[in-house]
Design a protein around this ligand. Structure first.
Ligand code: CA
Length: 255
């Protein structure tokens, strides 16, 4: 039996008036999610809040409330449920826009992990990310749904060019956008000692993966490490809202 220690921080950064990011940690239900909202006025805040609220309520409600799955992917029940919760968040956003047309154009990314029954389910839409530190190795588990990343994967841009590209903020998938949304879902085994980082692009636009890795490797307090990540991004300019959630799988009975 393992338990999970977790901590999260969201910070407006140094250039934005609003903080349109949101996060939620629900250790009792194994939920760790980050959402990065977008839209005019303060609508990004509405979008990211709808996302984390809907996802958490779907994952903590009774399972029979699930809506019909859209596909037959070979996923475990908890992973299907996580995917379903994110699809519901998308539908909740479309519904909110139908009821209040001034919200049109709002959307949000979402990235998170659900830890249940020895499995870590990783899910995301957009450019918020999930990393896993195992030992001293940091792996990016998600693939940004952005135009620049598509160009990198196709070999048209280098990673360095993508980082400074004027279109680097253009996401190709988001909740609240097109009628349908495709959620990327993967399953990983729970391994004691693993440290998961879920973050918005306000962190990863400012710091390289290796800089993030160095801060995570020296973690001895999750709270301090969260603060160090945010401070490091702000020291680089903090051009966007910064959200980090850290979750450490520990070797002791769950309380
Ligand atoms: Ca952002």
């Amino acid at each position: 039996m393992s338990s999970i220690r977790a901590c999260g921080i969201t910070d407006p950064g140094l250039a934005r008036l609003h903080n349109e990011d949101a996060f939620r940690i629900d250790g009792g239900h194994g939920i760790y999610v980050v959402a990065d909202g977008m839209g005019g006025h303060s609508h990004g805040e509405v979008a990211s809040q709808i996302a984390v609220d809907t996802i958490c309520s779907r994952l903590t409600g009774s399972p029979e409330e699930q809506h019909a799955g859209r596909d037959n992917e070979p996923l475990r029940p908890q992973s299907r449920r996580f995917k379903d919760a994110i699809e519901c968040a998308h539908e909740a956003m479309l519904e909110a826009i139908r009821e209040d047309l001034s919200l049109q154009g709002m959307g949000t990314t979402v990235a998170g992990i659900l830890v249940r029954d020895g499995v870590v389910t990783v899910a995301h839409v957009g450019d918020s990310r999930v990393y896993r530190l195992r030992g001293t190795d940091l792996d990016l588990l998600t693939r940004d749904h952005t135009w620049v990343n598509e160009q990198v994967l196709a070999g048209f841009l280098s990673e360095d060019q993508a980082r400074s590209h004027p279109l680097r903020n253009v996401v190709t998938r988001a909740l609240g956008g097109e009628a349908d949304v495709t959620v990327d879902v993967q399953e990983r085994e729970v391994q004691v000692g693993d440290l998961y980082l879920i973050c918005s692009d306000g962190l990863t636009a400012m710091l390289t993966d290796d800089e993030i890795r160095k801060l995570l490797v020296h973690e001895d307090s999750l709270e301090q490490t969260c603060k160090q990540l945010v401070s490091a991004a702000n020291e680089r300019g903090g051009i966007d809202n910064i959200t980090v959630v850290l979750a450490r799988i520990e070797d002791r009975p769950a309380s």
